[in-house]
Design a protein around this ligand. Structure first.
Ligand SMILES: Cc1cc2nc3c(=O)[nH]c(=O)nc-3n(C[C@H](O)[C@H](O)[C@H](O)COP(=O)(O)OP(=O)(O)OC[C@H]3O[C@@H](n4cnc5c(N)ncnc54)[C@H](O)[C@@H]3O)c2cc1C
Length: 401
């Protein structure tokens, strides 16, 4: 059976995200983006609305919506600005859903519940100054000292680094395995702001996502209790890859919001701007750009919806999620470039939103697996060099009250 309709609950989440993002954030986003200014009120309001608890079961403080509702919220948020969707990507996708799946009951009560209620903001730190794609090249270590671990190293390019309260951090716990690049030497930790030796900073001068916070985290012998180890020692790499499956899903869903924003802006402009005595919407080459945006929006939406459906079913979806992210982000970059084109010189100026869309679209070709990595993954699946084992840990099915 195939059903293309959304449930009332999914539509409610979509409307909630749309109304808030358009009503509250859109009027001032151009100003904030130009100033490179992150608005902390955005996080507080998202928390109050329940957006920071989407897809987390009510018994852990969340709203209990399914993963399609989460995708719809991402689409609506990114229709207004990528920085809003990034909040859900790191706080829910990378951190909370991973904690929900891998955390002990005690860890979930202690960290997940306040995150889902919006009282604490969380993020995820894998990337470092010298290693992004090459995750086994990270240098951060966590050595055991009694029942504690002592973390040292630096994370870079971390979304919300300078504003988050909770950090999920990947580090090497086995230096011999680190030398051999054996991923079973990595572990995942739940680290909190305020721990001695932990400092964060904001990265300025970014091309896009300027209204969002991106930064670095330094660990100067940060003592972390053993209770903060997520999963077992040696499971850090698996946890990191699991987290990315969820983060990528939110990026894929968000990318269709960006495509639709480009489509909406281009349709509006093409109908009013005239050349040679008629609206540019009547020129075939302008229509071509609009047609591609419309087609890409629908196609990319089907890709993330399928990944979301698999998540709802508790089934493995690494290939489908990667494909949705790969196509969605490539199409968003193309749509944003063409939206600037449709606007001519005005598209080249911050007077119109499409200039911001163009800069924001580039980021998603880099984070949550670069364009090249997804291309390689998809080729490997097609060539039979990679398969998704159904037995691997998957997200729990959505849980309502
Ligand atoms: C706005 C933003 C937000 C981010 N947020 C987070 C976050 O919250 N948490 C986090 O951990 N990280 C985050 N990142 C980091 C992001 O995940 C990394 O930038 C990404 O993984 C790429 O790593 P890199 O920048 O080190 O590039 P590199 O890995 O150095 O790659 C450089 C280039 O080489 C290519 N390349 C590398 N290896 C191969 C290969 N084997 N085959 C073909 N091509 C290859 C890449 O595709 C890329 O084009 C963020 C980045 C940005 C820009």
């Amino acid at each position: 059976m195939v059903d293309f309709s959304f449930t009332e609950e999914q539509l409610m989440v979509q409307k909630l995200a749309r109304d808030w993002a358009r009503g509250r954030v859109l009027p001032e986003i151009g100003k904030r983006d130009a100033a490179g200014e992150f608005d902390p009120a955005v996080l507080r309001e998202m928390g109050e609305l329940g957006l920071l608890g989407l897809s987390i079961p009510p018994r852990y403080g969340g709203t209990g919506n399914d993963y399609i509702a989460l995708g719809l919220a991402c689409e609506e948020l990114e229709h207004v600005d990528t920085s809003l969707r990034v909040v859900l990507s790191v706080h829910i996708g990378l951190n909370s859903l991973t904690l929900l799946t891998w955390g002990s009951e005690e860890q979930k009560q202690r960290w997940l519940a306040p995150q889902a209620r919006g009282e604490k903001v969380s993020t995820y730190g894998l990337t470092e100054p010298s290693a992004g794609t090459d995750a086994l090249g990270i240098q951060t270590t966590a050595h055991k000292d009694g029942s504690d671990y002592v973390l040292s190293g630096e994370k870079m390019w971390i979304s919300l680094a300078d504003v988050a309260d909770h950090f999920m951090v990947i580090a090497w716990t086995d230096v011999e395995r680190k030398k051999r690049r054996d991923h079973t030497g990595m572990s995942a930790f739940l680290v909190e702001r305020g721990m001695k030796g932990l400092t964060t900073a904001t990265i300025h001068g970014k091309l896009g996502v300027r209204a969002g916070n991106t930064g670095s985290i330094a660990f100067d012998d940060v003592r972390v209790p053993g209770a903060n180890l997520l999963g077992r020692e040696g499971e850090g790499f698996r946890i990191a890859m699991f987290a990315i499956d969820q983060g990528r899903y939110t990026v894929a869903a968000g990318s269709t919001g960006l495509i639709r924003a480009c489509l909406d802006a281009s349709v509006g402009y093409a109908q009013t701007r005239t050349t040679f005595g008629k609206p540019i919407a009547e020129h075939q080459l302008v229509k071509e750009m609009i047609a591609e945006m419309a087609g890409d929006y629908e196609a990319c939406r089907l890709l993330w919806l399928k990944a979301g459906w698999l998540k709802n079913e508790g089934r493995r979806n690494t290939r489908e999620t990667s494909l949705a992210k790969f196509y969605g982000c490539a199409a968003a970059e193309k749509a944003a470039s063409n939206a600037v084109q449709v606007h001519g010189a005005y598209g080249f100026s911050s007077e119109y939103n499409v200039e911001r869309f163009y800069r924001n679209a580039k980021g998603a070709q880099i984070y949550e697996g670069t364009r090249e990595i997804h291309k390689l993954l998809q080729a490997d699946y097609a060539l039979g060099l990679r398969t998704d084992k159904p037995t691997r840990v998957t997200l729990p099915k959505p849980e309502q009250e």
